[in-house]
Every structure is written in C-alpha cells, then in structure tokens.
Design a protein around this ligand. Structure first.
Ligand SMILES: Nc1ncnc2c1ncn2[C@@H]1O[C@H](COP(=O)(O)OP(=O)(O)O)[C@@H](O)[C@H]1O
Ligand SMILES: O=C(OP(=O)(O)O)[C@H](O)COP(=O)(O)O
Length: 399
C-alpha cells in the first residue's frame, strides 16, 4: 500500500501521468534524454506506491493523425531503461491497444500510450471535440498527475480537460520548476538579462511585450532575429521570417528605446545557401546582419555578435535564456549557442536555461548541468510564466 502527495492512496489505482517526453530524435535515436530523465521521479514514486502508471505524452507536432516518424516507441524503451523495469507500450492512445495495455498492468507497473497528438481532439480549439477525447483518456484511469511542465501553457485535452474529469494533483517536476521560476518573477536581482532565440518565433515574440517592463536587456538570436532585422529595414534572404509580425517588432524596438530597455540584435550572421540536411557539407559564410544575400538563410549569430552577447551577459545577476542562437545541431552553426552557454556558466547569480532544445543544446555541446542555476524542461511554458500569464495546465489543478 502506498500514497502519493495530493492523491492519497494510489496502490492498485490506475494513475494517468501527463509527462513532457518531447525529446530530440535523429531517426529513432534519442539525441538528448533530459526530459525523460526529468519525468522519472514522479513515475517512479507512483510505481513504488503500487499505482498502475499510465503515461501520456506528445512528440513533435504531428497533424492529429498517426505518423510513424513521431512514435513514442523509442521513448518508452528509454524510459524502461531509466526505470530499470519493463515499460509496456500501447500502439494507440485511447483505442483497443491502450485499453488492453492498461488492463494488463499489475500494481507498480508502467505503460506509455502512443503520441497523444495522433488524435485531433488533443489540440482542438473546439471544446466539445477536446472534451470528447479527454473523456476517452480519463476512462483509462482513476486519477491524474500533471507532470509535463513543458506543456502546462497548452490548453490541450491531456493537459487541461482531463484534469476536469479525474481527481488530480501536480507532479514533482511541475512543482519544482515553478518554485525556481518564482524567484525570477518576484525579486530578480539586477541586471536581469533575457536571451531569446529558437524557431518557435510566433509563439514567443509575444513574450517580449511583457519582458520590456521587466528585464534590463533583451538579447535576440536564433530564428527570432530576422523579423527584427526586417523591422529595421533590412532584407533577410530566405531566413525564417514572420512577415505579419514585423509591425509588432517595430513597436517593440520603439518601446524599448522609450523605456531604456536595451534590445541587442546580432551585428553579424552565419548564413548558408541551404538549410543543413546532412546530404551536403555546410558552407557557412559570415555576413553583416544588414547585408544578408537574397539567396541565403541565416543559421547562426556571427562571431562578433557572439562576443557582444557574451559581453552583454557579463555582470548580469539574473539571466533567463530560451531558444538556441542557431541551428546548433550542426557544428558549423553552433558557435553562437556555445558562446551564450559559456557566458551563462560565468554568471554570478541565477542563470536559468529553459526549453527542450535549449537544454538539449547545453548538454550536447558538452556543458555540465551543474554550471547553470537551473535547466528547465519548458521553454514556452517558462516564458509564459515569466510573463505573468495564467498557465491553463496549472490553473486547472488549483481550481
Ligand atoms: N536561424 C535559425 N533558423 C532556423 N532554425 C533555427 C535558427 N536558430 C535556431 N533554430 C532552431 O530552433 C530550434 C529550437 O527552437 P525552440 O523549440 O523555439 O527552442 P526550445 O525548445 O529551447 O524552446 C532548434 O532546433 C534550432 O535548430
Ligand atoms: O518542446 C516543447 O516546448 P519548448 O520548445 O517551448 O520547450 C514542449 O514539448 C511543448 O511542445 P509544443 O510547443 O509543440 O506545444
């Protein structure tokens, strides 16, 4: 017999755990298992308490229908290795395989359901469609533990709606993440510098609105850069660009100047004529940010920019960083990300790295996790928390 905080007795009960197992893959090889490792303590605590643990999670952004490239099968296998116990895998999320897999669990055993985003109901904006899918998920369990910090900003069936249908509690990972992020919102020591990059540009541009009132400096790298460069009147070739966000960036630049917040944009960019695919050797060229050739795309901040970012970070007492500075997965475009990571390791104060790829980047580039104050499993979720936004997946647990 055993209990889990917030749920009471769980022995013999089926407990659905929403984890964030969205890890980077190269084919079916997991290139960084940080998010799986971060999910283990909650899953293990439940299994040790005798629960029949049913893990639900997403991988990537499939389009609401099964897609073998986004199968969680390799992730389930890795979870089994980390737990040191077999993990059953259901080849669907709420269908026959899921039902029989869950029915076959003994007390203390763990199953992983196939990618929850193979079901259109998971991410639907239609409450009824999402609710109908959440009903099916909830039918697989007696209780729910929300432990996927990286998705608590998503109002999705397995994050939000399922909590309305089952006795629920917050998992250890979500609690721990919020504890650290609280320190950044309550009394950040100054100077407070935020570094933004990555490729989820439209998701994350909105965060800047709020950060302009909170941070002292904002360093912009990664795919974010090009919408800002365009806002400054520069051409960006074939780089990642959110054309409709250009007016928003113009407004951010104006407000930053008005309020004395420094927005630091890269002065140079590493470009290539093709997005790296593995088929051809990269041909990186450094160009001024104001002179990106029409045929090229920007894939990293340049060496001058990397040095300027490191200088802007020196002396900061609080730093939050989300989003790689470039396509760090390819060594030719990893220089900017490496320079920012290096600068963070020298911070005398609190440094937080947030986001699946950002966390993977610091580890795959060989940095020790202990060199950073905190490595968060959620990028978008951390940013929305820092913005002061209500996180649907947290709010629903409190109501
Ligand atoms: N200039 C760029 N153009 C295209 N993709 C980029 C660029 N810079 C970084 N990226 C990509 O951004 C991805 C990570 O973005 P994102 O998911 O927003 O970060 P996180 O997971 O840390 O929140 C990486 O796969 C990286 O290759
Ligand atoms: O990778 C994630 O977020 P992150 O890139 O903001 O860290 C989470 O797994 C959420 O994925 P989503 O942004 O496709 O909802």
């Amino acid at each position: 017999m055993g209990s889990y905080p917030g749920l009471g007795e769980v022995a013999g009960k089926r407990v659905l755990v929403r984890s964030d197992l969205n890890v980077p893959l190269d084919g079916s090889t997991i290139t960084d298992d940080g998010r799986i490792r971060a999910s283990v303590p909650t899953i293990k605590a439940l299994a040790d308490a005798g629960a029949r643990v049913v893990v639900t999670a997403h991988l990537g952004r499939p389009k609401g229908t099964p897609d073998a490239a986004y199968s969680l099968a390799p992730v389930a296998a890795r979870l089994g290795e980390l737990l040191g116990a077999p993990v059953a895998f259901a080849t669907d999320t709420v269908g026959e395989s899921a039902r029989s897999t869950v029915a076959g669990l003994a007390d203390g055993q763990v199953a992983v359901l196939e990618n929850v985003r193979f079901n259109a109901g998971e991410t639907s904006k239609d409450e009824a469609e999402r609710g109908a899918f959440a009903d099916e998920l909830a039918a697989l369990a007696d209780a729910f533990v929300s432990d996927g910090f990286g998705v608590v900003h998503r109002k999705q069936a397995s994050v939000y709606d399922v909590a309305l249908r089952l006795p629920h509690t917050m998992g250890a990972l979500v609690s721990a993440e919020i504890e650290v992020l609280k320190r950044l919102t309550e009394t950040p020591e100054r100077p407070y510098v935020v570094v933004l990059g990555g490729s989820k540009v439209s998701d994350k541009l909105g965060v800047i609105d709020n950060l302009l009132g909170k941070a002292d400096k904002l360093l912009i790298g990664g795919g974010m850069v090009f919408t800002f460069l365009k806002a400054q009147g520069h051409e960006v070739g074939r780089s990642l660009l959110e054309d409709d966000q250009v007016p928003v960036c113009i407004e951010y630049l104006r407000r930053a100047e008005e309020s004395g917040v420094e927005i630091v944009l890269p002065s140079d960019i590493v470009v290539d004529t093709e997005f790296p695919s593995g088929d051809t050797e990269p041909q990186p060229i450094v160009v001024p940010a104001s002179n990106i050739p029409a045929s090229s795309l920007g894939l990293d901040i340049g060496p001058d920019a990397a040095a300027a970012f490191a200088e802007a970070l020196a002396g900061a007492r609080t730093v939050f960083w989300n989003g790689p500075m470039g396509v760090f997965e390819v060594p030719a475009f990893a220089g900017g990300t490496r320079a920012v990571a290096e600068a963070l390791t020298k911070i005398d104060g609190l440094s937080v790295v947030g986001g699946g790829d950002s966390a993977a980047a610091v580890r795959t580039l060989g940095f020790e996790e202990s060199a950073f104050g905190h490595i968060s499993t959620g990028g978008g979720a951390s940013l929305e928390y820092l913005e002061g936004k209500e996180l649907p997946g947290v709010k629903v647990l409190e109501d």
